[in-house]
Design a protein around this ligand. Structure first.
Ligand SMILES: Cc1cc2nc3c(=O)[nH]c(=O)nc-3n(C[C@H](O)[C@H](O)[C@H](O)COP(=O)(O)O)c2cc1C
Length: 169
């Protein structure tokens, strides 16, 4: 094996997960940000975590109102996922700019993309500094799924998103 840096390791682990973190802006509308660094943490109680750059608007919103829904986008949202990962909700209304259709789900006032395979409704429990990111630990309040939607994954590190196909043995 060769010595490599951690960003290159993340290319070698592709496909990596990809989610859209949905947060509530002060005017009640939804902000969406693309996040690969998320994980299940516990099934008893149900908990997940995600890491976001300290500068992200999503992080600021979660730290202030504690509401967040982590969704796994369906394949028709591939371009929207790249777009939501390349600008900030601080100066862009991503939902209207990228024409993303939203729906409401029970248990949260944060709207989510219609084309989602999974939606995990969470409440922020705590957050910790992790280098240039904050790690957000969340209690899961509700979980929704739609098997008709094909999940997206991030390929070649984080440079493109498309579905994954199981290799034949
Ligand atoms: C495929 C992909 C994966 C990403 N994963 C993360 C991530 O795990 N954590 C993070 O902080 N930013 C990640 N980003 C970048 C954020 O989505 C980006 O900084 C975004 O502008 C943040 O938006 P906000 O300021 O509205 O929160 C990713 C971007 C892409 C395209």
């Amino acid at each position: 094996m060769k010595k490599i840096d951690l960003p290159f390791a993340s290319k070698l682990t592709s496909p990596n997960p990809v989610s859209l973190v949905c947060t509530r802006k002060p005017d009640g509308s939804t902000n969406l940000a693309t996040v690969s660094w998320w994980n299940y943490l516990s099934f008893n109680p149900n908990m997940i975590a995600f890491a976001m750059a300290k500068t992200s608007y999503s992080g600021e919103l979660v730290r202030s109102n504690h509401q967040v829904v982590l969704t796994i986008p369906g394949s028709s949202l591939a371009q929207a996922v790249m777009n939501c990962g390349s600008c900030s909700g601080r100066d862009t209304d991503k939902v209207s700019r990228f024409g993303i259709e939203l729906i409401s789900v029970e248990g949260t006032s944060v709207q989510i993309p219609l084309h989602s395979r999974v939606a995990i409704v969470c409440r922020l429990k705590e957050f910790h500094e992790a280098g240039d990111h904050y790690l957000y630990l969340c209690d899961v309040e509700q979980t929704y799924g739609n098997i008709e939607e094909n999940a997206l994954f991030a390929w070649n590190g984080y440079s493109c998103v498309c579905p994954a196909v199981k290799a034949e043995n």
